[in-house]
Design a protein around this ligand. Sequence first.
Ligand SMILES: [Zn+2]
Length: 332
Amino acid sequence: MKRVVIYFIGIIIIIFLIPIICTSRDKETSAKVNNVVNEVPILENNYDYKGYKKIKLLHTKDSSIEEISLDEYLYGVVSAEMPANFEEEALKAQAVVARTYTIYKIKNNNNKHGEAQICDNSECCQAWISKEDRLARWNESERDKNWKKIVNAVDSTQGKIITYNNEPIDAFFHSNSGGKTEVPVNVWGGSGFPYLQVVETTGEENYSQYASEVTISKDELERKMKEKYNDFLIDYSDPNCIKILEYTESGRIKTIKIGNKNVSGVEVRSIFNLKSANFNILINESNIKFEVKGYGHGVGMSQTGADSLAKQGKTFEDILCHFYKDVEIKNM
Ligand SMILES: [Zn+2]
């Protein structure tokens, strides 16, 4: 009888307790599994730059995996993600962001790319372009100068990453903030990014990415909304048929009423292919016009903001500490 009771208690422990332990440690454990599989040392307080000397990059076009040095990979990321005519300090900031993002992804991708550690798709990881393709896209007269700038941005910041509480941050970045960055909760929900706050940057209005417009017919609006919500209805004779209900702290649309639906600004951005969730709506006789400010999700470093700050004499460290709060720039 005693034996039966002990077995019974044992089974209860296995069924209930072990999943609780696993769930609470899930993230950490899978990061470690990832590191073991890829034979990359786990990041502790001391970052091992040599441990990340080579990374396995997935080329999404042909699903091939290339083993490439971290610095060489970063040349390809910086030159794909930021125009080479941006200020040197902005390019350096981008290099540190790209390096931090890479280490964060390797640590937290949980074997998303199988054998590979990161991919070359900007929608998933970071954009990447080969040196050959990059040079071919620049005018011959600029090739040498541009490439040297990119290489210098990566080499002069070698091993530097952005940390918060001694851990690499999830270094989000975007094209143009429209003047103010956004907090992640308003874009993806969730929480846990104390270093990503709303910050203001001057000078972003001087870039072509700052302002854009999308005009669609009333019928098209109805069609696109119905693709998403099949019970969508709108009565254009009602002056309140489209009405902004709430803004986020950064001035983007939080909730908007369109016909019989309340939708988020982020959703409207996706449905109507707007450059950001910071917009105004004008209803004309037969058209709907979206006047949009900024380009991208708005979280983390704004690239044109970084360039604007560099033009104002700021260093890459100043720029990074402007966009990411209470962080440290550390050597890996
Ligand atoms: Zn990816």
